[in-house]
Design a binder for this molecule. Structure first.
Ligand SMILES: [Zn+2]
Length: 99
């Protein structure tokens, strides 16, 4: 076989196994920590004083605040983000995590 691009046979870097292992360990830690953050977010009180909100609209109006189709919320304590939308029938729809 005279193929210069036969990587399987030619490239066996000694660190590949180590990197794969470390990558999988890091991924497992991320999953664990994300679950931890969700626990914190669920027990947070989202005190209004610490919640930033931004009004959004997609009607093309230069000031989206005017027709406020939805409101984006961000709790600066636990970093949770959610959105509240009102549909045509005036029903309130929660999109994202909390309350
Ligand atoms: Zn919060």
């Amino acid at each position: 076989m005279n193929n210069a691009f036969n990587y399987n046979a030619t490239i066996r870097h000694p660190l590949i196994r180590y990197f794969n292992l470390e990558r999988d360990r890091a991924k497992a830690r991320i999953v664990k920590m994300e679950a931890h953050i969700r626990i914190i977010q669920k027990s947070c009180f989202h005190i209004p004083m610490y919640v930033d909100l931004a009004y959004g609209g997609d009607s093309g109006n230069w000031a989206p605040t005017d027709d406020c189709n939805w409101t984006d919320y961000h709790c600066t304590v636990c970093d949770a983000e959610w959105k509240i939308t009102k549909n045509n029938r005036g029903e309130i729809i929660f999109d994202g995590t909390p309350k």
